[in-house]
Design a protein. Structure first.
Length: 278
């Protein structure tokens, strides 16, 4: 019997919402059980994940700088084994572009032993911003995700017992380098070492930010200290109940405002099933 899996990394919840909705619709249509696995927390990424031929896995990550986040690559390449399972790679992008993230995730899953039968790139609120892609995924996006699940089921029913080629998706090979933000003079903006600050007048010391950090970098004994790397997922900023976490780096803020100015138009989702674009 088929088991549908929702597997995801989701700092601020948009990838989780999308992946679980698609997987839930697939499970409903297939009358199959649905299970979830959240690998956002660092301890989960120390575990190995093994799937089998009877599984249908919807696996999603956010898009960082046009790619799968580099901190996830060792886990996805070394800890996840498809075992012949069917897979639907999903990426969430913050209203700019998904660039090569979807083709990169598809290729990784194929190499892991999955059979990628469909794929999708979906818009979600940008991690840096509360206005860029605000409210996405919205009701229209959710309806599109449900229709996507129906199309996947139709494809599986129509090609049962046949060997399916990996789904064709938009992107380039070889995979392009991570997107580099630039200032108005064309100079690269390096925000790799930028870390969030804490407003002591607002911080209540609840420790939620340390719990939410997907890198385990915030010291739970002193949440103003970010002792490890920061991937700018903004889980701590958006998850803080008192609004105590923030970024004040000039380069970071310039990049944030530039994105908000240039990419204010609503981007479209990109859905791929079989060897054609849905």
């Amino acid at each position: 019997m088929t088991t549908v899996w929702a597997v995801y990394f989701s700092g601020t919840g948009t990838t989780e919402r999308t992946v679980t909705h698609i997987a839930g619709e697939l499970a409903r249509l297939l009358a199959a059980p649905c299970r979830s696995l959240d690998f956002t927390r660092p301890q989960v990424r120390q575990q190995e994940l093994d799937f089998c031929q009877s599984d249908l896995v919807v696996l999603g990550t956010p898009v960082y700088a046009g790619r799968v986040p580099n901190v996830l690559l060792p886990f996805l390449r070394e800890k996840v084994r498809g075992g012949g399972a069917l897979a639907v790679p999903v990426v969430l992008f913050g209203n700019r572009n998904y660039d090569d993230a979807l083709i990169e995730l598809r290729d990784i899953l194929q190499q892991d032993g999955f059979r990628c039968v469909a794929a999708g790139a979906f818009v979600g609120e940008h991690s840096f911003s509360r206005t860029l892609g605000a409210g996405r995924p919205d009701d229209g996006d959710m309806a599109g995700q449900a229709a996507f699940a129906r199309e996947i089921c139709e494809k599986l029913a129509g090609q049962a017992g046949t060997e399916m080629a990996p789904v064709l998706v938009r992107g380039e090979t070889p995979i392009r380098p991570y997107y580099t933000p630039r200032d108005r003079h064309g100079n690269p903006i390096n925000i790799l070492k930028v870390k969030p600050k804490t407003d002591p007048d607002r911080c209540g010391g609840c420790g939620l930010c340390a719990e939410l950090c997907p890198m385990g970098s915030i010291d739970p004994a002193d949440v103003s200290q970010v002792r490890g790397i920061c991937i700018k997922c903004c889980a701590c900023v958006k998850g803080c109940p008192s609004g105590a976490k923030y970024f004040d780096d000039p380069g970071y803020l310039y990049h944030q405002h530039e994105l908000e100015d240039i990419y204010s138009r609503p981007a479209e989702n990109a859905l791929f099933a079989g060897n054609f674009r849905a």
